[in-house]
Design a protein around this ligand. Sequence first.
Ligand code: BES
Ligand code: ZN
Ligand code: ZN
Length: 484
Amino acid sequence: MFNIELIDTPFEALQTDAKIVFVVGKNFTHQWIKDKETLELMGFKGESEEAIFIPSSKRVYVGCESLQADELRLAAAKALDVIKKSSLATLGIALYSDECAKGSLRALIEGFILGSYVFDTYKSKKEESSLKTITICLEDYAQKPLSLQEAKEALKSAQIIAEATNFARDIINGTPEDITPIALATIAQSLTSIPNVTCKVMDEAFLKAQGMNAFLAVNRASIHPPRLIHLSYQPKNATKRWVYVGKGLTYDSGGLSLKPSEHMVTMKADKSGAAAVMSILKGAAQLELPYEIHAIIGATENMIGGNAYKPDDVLVAKNGKTIEVRNTDAEGRLVLADCLCYAQSLKPDVLIDMATLTGACVVALGEYTTGVMGHSSELQHTFLHASLKSGELSAILPFNKYLKKLIKSSVADISNISSSRYGGAITAGLFLDHFIEEENKSKWLHLDIAGPAYLEKSWGYNPYGASGAGVRANLYWMMKESSK
Ligand code: BES
Ligand code: ZN
Ligand code: ZN
């Protein structure tokens, strides 16, 4: 990984192997663009995601649609992409500020770190990058002022946020044989090296004693024992308690309602909610946010075997509600039901669960967007706003009483699947709602990240594989709330 340094000199005075210049809004007249003719000759139009390296002038030109934060992330990532096979060791760039110069710098740095992510754990030959340093000078494209102090703060927060995202990506990309529930717990425990972070790991005996039978049923046919992971960040003088709950299916085969092979591949990513909540806590603790934060993870596999839980079983969850199992592939909601009950014993001010919960959410919103559900329009909208700022796409999926009827059961209090094939993301959210106590209804958000969590085709600055969905959106959200 390269260093990022800040320097208070003019852009043209930078002594780096090459310089990055953004072509903003197809405007080729800016003084830093030295190769207008060559660019024209090469057919470079300055469009978004277009990048070219001109060796004679040692400039990397990148199209940047506007100065919006996410355009900067994208342009920064594309700049590194185009020179990744070169031997350049040092790169220089200036500031490209929108109304919030600090936010723009943060986005630019995030783009560099997110865009340079490579997952090569399972490759025998690793490709080393020659890039050692990116130097950012404080001269701005549009001459907006930013103090060195503010720039330093932006650098620090961008590094924490982007590295937390890459931390989640690494966990999710790990194979089901490597990242078992016990391994996930070990990773969580490693975060206790951060000040004010503690971790408790609970085993089967605890789950039994707590009556978390829905969670235990999902685990039954797995050779890997389950773990309930409880990470906490408790700074002095915390002003609010945020409790996150993550779906940690280290593998989802579907269970006896077995998935077809083509849907089973990528199900190592069914632990993306767990990886996200751990990474959010890591980032928040490093940012020293003034909140008490908990990350509760239900970690297990969903497998088949003679002792597997079955369609027709009736399970009793931690809160005493009975659940008719009609499809063992709707397992995430069973694990989350018990974990949400546990989470509410912590008396949260805000309660957020994150899960790769339904294929229906991907059908509804596409592969790029998180589905946001809950009862509080204020909570939904403040989240949505922060998500947009962070460069993550999110959309609200509204609950309604007609969809709620679809998860009624004739034999138990509730069925684990809907009686209709439509509206599956929302009916899954409404299933979880049965496990939210009345006093917590307006404090709760359910984030279905099934679409954006894992990519089989890269897009923007997200490479093939895990994206770390939800990490940046939530960190931006908490940062914004803490500055109010
Ligand atoms: N883990 C899956 C959801 C999923 C699907 C995540 C695609 C990422 C990509 C979940 O456990 C599941 O299998 N859900 C079922 C629910 C159905 C049986 C009601 C689904 O979406 O098909
Ligand atoms: Zn499933
Ligand atoms: Zn699942």
